[in-house]
Design a binder for this molecule. Structure first.
Ligand SMILES: N[C@@H](CCC(=O)N[C@@H](CS)C(=O)NCC(=O)O)C(=O)O
Length: 209
């Protein structure tokens, strides 16, 4: 299997953490999402993609993780197969990925525009949506893991969201505002699977043109 994308992407990172957690071997293609050759891998020019077998490529972290969960089976899968547990985990994963989308919107808005070109109202709205999600996520978190004793995909996705906030939008995650999420992030970052999927310093946003 080849995972396409850089680890500074929270979506790529959640797939990489999941692969490591499941002890599945994979190679990496660290092509930047903004490289023109990305279109040959994914017509949508997004990351992550997972090339699973020479000519079959999966797109979208959710679809990829669904495939990995099926590969390892329900005993090991980080998303429960059915019932209340599945619904609750998916609910938190959706809130966390929604928060990632809002974070990316702000990061891209600021990165690809000059100061005068930034859509201020849109950025303010995205920041409000993001903080709404973080307040909700913090209020419902248990310990040590989001749903108590068992690590789930909710923890993996939240760990990647918070890691990305610290990296690219630290003002949205000020120290002390989201104490449960802060502790969750520390626990996640201490896991071997997270350590092995840390973004390296050369995984950077492309230069502004
Ligand atoms: N729903 C997709 C979202 C993927 C996504 O937004 N990836 C970002 C990088 S974190 C990307 O490819 N951005 C470049 C673009 O959209 O042009 C997933 O879960 O994989």
């Amino acid at each position: 299997m080849i995972l396409v994308g850089q680890f500074d992407s929270p979506y790529v990172r959640r797939v990489a953490v999941t692969l490591h957690h499941y002890h599945l071997r994979f190679e990496r293609n660290r092509l930047s999402v903004f490289h023109p050759a990305m279109v040959e891998i994914n017509p949508l020019m997004r990351i992550p993609s997972l090339i699973i077998d020479g000519d079959e490529t999966l797109y979208d972290s959710g679809a990829i993780i669904d495939y990995l969960d099926e590969l390892v089976g329900p005993q090991k899968a980080l998303i429960p197969r059915s019932g209340d547990e599945r619904r609750r985990v998916l609910q938190i994963v959706s809130m966390a990925t929604g928060a990632i989308d809002k974070t990316l919107a702000v990061v891209y808005e600021r990165h690809f525009h000059t100061a005068q070109g930034i859509a201020h109202e849109w950025t303010v709205r995205c920041m409000a949506q993001l903080s709404g999600a973080l307040v909700y996520l913090d209020a419902h978190a248990q310990e040590p893991w989001y749903f108590g004793r068992k690590l789930t995909q909710a923890d993996v996705t939240l760990g990647c969201l918070i890691g990305y906030l610290k990296l690219r939008l630290p003002e949205a995650f000020p120290l002390g505002r989201y104490p449960r999420l802060e502790r969750l992030s520390e626990r996640c970052e201490a896991l071997d699977a997270f350590i092995r999927a840390k973004p390296s310093p050369d995984e950077l946003m492309p230069a502004k043109t």
